[in-house]
Design a protein around this ligand. Sequence first.
Ligand code: AMP
Length: 359
Amino acid sequence: MSTLPPGATIGIIGGGQLGRMLAMAAARLGYRTIVLDPQGDCPAAQVANAQIVAAYDDAHGLARLGTASDVITYEFENVPVEAARSLAANHPVYPPPRALEVAQDRLTEKEFLNRAGISTAPFRAIDSGAQLAEALDLMGGSGVLKTRRLGYDGKGQKVFRDASGGQTDGVYEGMGAVPLILEGFVPFATEISVVAARGLDGKSRAFDPAENLHRGGILKSSTVPAKVAPQTVEAARTATLRILDALDYVGVIGVEFFVLGDGSVIANEIAPRVHNSGHWTEAACTVSQFEQHIRAICGLPLGDPKRHSDCVMENLIGDEVDQARALHAEPDLVLHLYGKSQARPGRKMGHFTRLTARA
Ligand code: AMP
């Protein structure tokens, strides 16, 4: 595919806030967007040129999206791989469906990372209560049990610390008797993430790593620069670029890492899409992660990811969105609200980034 000219149409599967911010970035570069999402008037559809209201696996809806789009992308990692593959047979789809396949299953993801020479927590596939008891024993009684598929924001997880006999009884069944993975508990010093992009020409650029704080399994804040050693930054960046090449990736990716006490990094998770921990880029960089993704999938040169300010991005979760009025009054603050009408607990309603001069 050559460079898409302004006026071309980008199809986006998924209509949440990430799709919304992609559509806004696309509009600024002169592109049109069409969003496929089952919920009418979803956050992305409010700012896109058109919406197809259909399920993510609806063959007719997907066919309409293909016909209407010059390139197709997605804003969440649980897009059915078959849907992405069937579209990719006749249309450019970026990131490649292989990236979805790898990221949708925590077991496949860890095997892929290890094959690429990137460290992860030790892990075991768990398909029965007996396997759980045995694997937890092997890991010394500590570990994090997760569903292999469809887990996000800490959902579908159980932490064991110094568990002894009997504590695993009924846990496998309690988690739905679905395929699980037990990971060794990582005594991390900090968590960081790298948001990076790879273009159609195979060239990659990475934004500075963010230091992330989670609350109740949900990202609360991202601080840049991360307080980590230069070798840690380099290790995380190198691992991320290796992942991009191994997947022959096009677009933006987010990779989450645990940083150990000695400064080494362990990859936790790959998100084949723009990432919550990259929202700060819209305020502290000339080219945001959203614009970078649009540039990559449209065959434009990638932007310079350098940061002009230090910053802290905070999510507004549930009724924290009520702070918006006060935040409007603050200088050097970029506020972003997602157009969601109901502030349910745990729901990401918006975010803001506070800028300070570069140290
Ligand atoms: P995840 O859904 O895998 O991103 O996990 C959500 C959060 O749980 C992570 O950001 C960590 O704070 C924590 N966590 C997940 N896996 C582990 C692990 N193996 N060891 C320690 N903490 C973990």
